[in-house]
Design a protein around this ligand. Sequence first.
Ligand code: GDP
Ligand code: MN
Length: 376
Amino acid sequence: MDLFEHQARELFEEHGILVPRAEVTDSPKQAREIARRLGGRVVVKAQVKTGGRGKAGGVKLAADPAAAEITARQILGMDIRGHTVGKVMLAEPIDIESEFYVSYVLDRATGQFLTIASAEGGMEIEEVAATRPEAVARVPVDPAQGVTSAKAAEIAEAAGLPAQTVDVLVRLWTVLTREDALLVEVNPLVRTRQGRILALDGKVTLDDNARFRQTRWGDRDTAHDDPLEAAAAAKGLNYVKLDGEVGIIGNGAGLVMSTLDVVAGCGARPANFLDIGGGASARIMADGLSVVLSDPAVKSVFVNVFGGITACDAVADGIVQALDTVRLTKPLVVRLDGNNAARGRAVLDDRAHPLVEQVTTMDGAARRAAELATAR
Ligand code: GDP
Ligand code: MN
């Protein structure tokens, strides 16, 4: 689970990292009050779980409480990269001398953590890494050793960060371990003109496997997730929204993942990841189809099923029954293989829905779904 900036800020503060004074609200009127409390001039910041808020107009300076109210009203409800702004954080403005980038992220490939740090913060790190790779230091951290003062000094040295950041680097590691995070990122970490080091923006991703002991964050706050993801989660479906145009439904995460690759290989982009799991009943199929079809970006749907314990004819029955409850508005390409594939295909042939096509191979079906999605 990703945390909001204001939640990350709270964690940083609890672990002794300096942060700007700030408060959160969903009301423009309260924004004015908060600005008054913070001394008048404030930075108004959209609280959305996506980066690039500044560029999208979600971070604005307000000169006084009246301006804070107007700015909060502008930013609340704004759409930033598909996320609707439900809350704003008002923060005391900081007089920045320089901006740095620091993150710790789990590196599954090596079984360690990776520090990414740069003296060129503020911008998106991907951009810095692409244009000036030498400006980005990558330092592995052995999870059993952690970031000691010595390790932090090594990181600061490698990235060209001032020595004062060593203490923050150690504390940030404590945030990561104590809070069960997979990622902590500070961009920018700043040095003020008075020489203080502050975390001006934070991103923390918690390990969902540790939710049982990190109860303060409650259950998923579905209100701020993608609405389709929330609807799917409510139906117990494993659904992830992506940027493309081919809706993808499959049984089993491995099959769905390879389906994404094959569709991408055919020159189309997957619109989502939807794993209906082992028991592809009519209900689950109907729920899955209705979620995928309600995404306006979807131009075609690829149902890719390998029958195992749940045989293909049962899945085909599920699709046929789903077609009775869900109005199909986009072409559906179905590939059934495995246990009882022939019987499953016969069931769909009998139904003879004009928008349903069957292709027997995964590659062929992916190509067809891609073609239908990209045709004008
Ligand atoms: P992001 O765009 O989502 O990463 O939002 P940030 O909180 O990182 O803000 C983007 C940029 O706005 C920062 O890199 C700073 O350059 C600037 N910014 C944000 N807060 C302040 C502030 O209090 N003072 C100054 N001078 N700049 C700020
Ligand atoms: Mn930032």
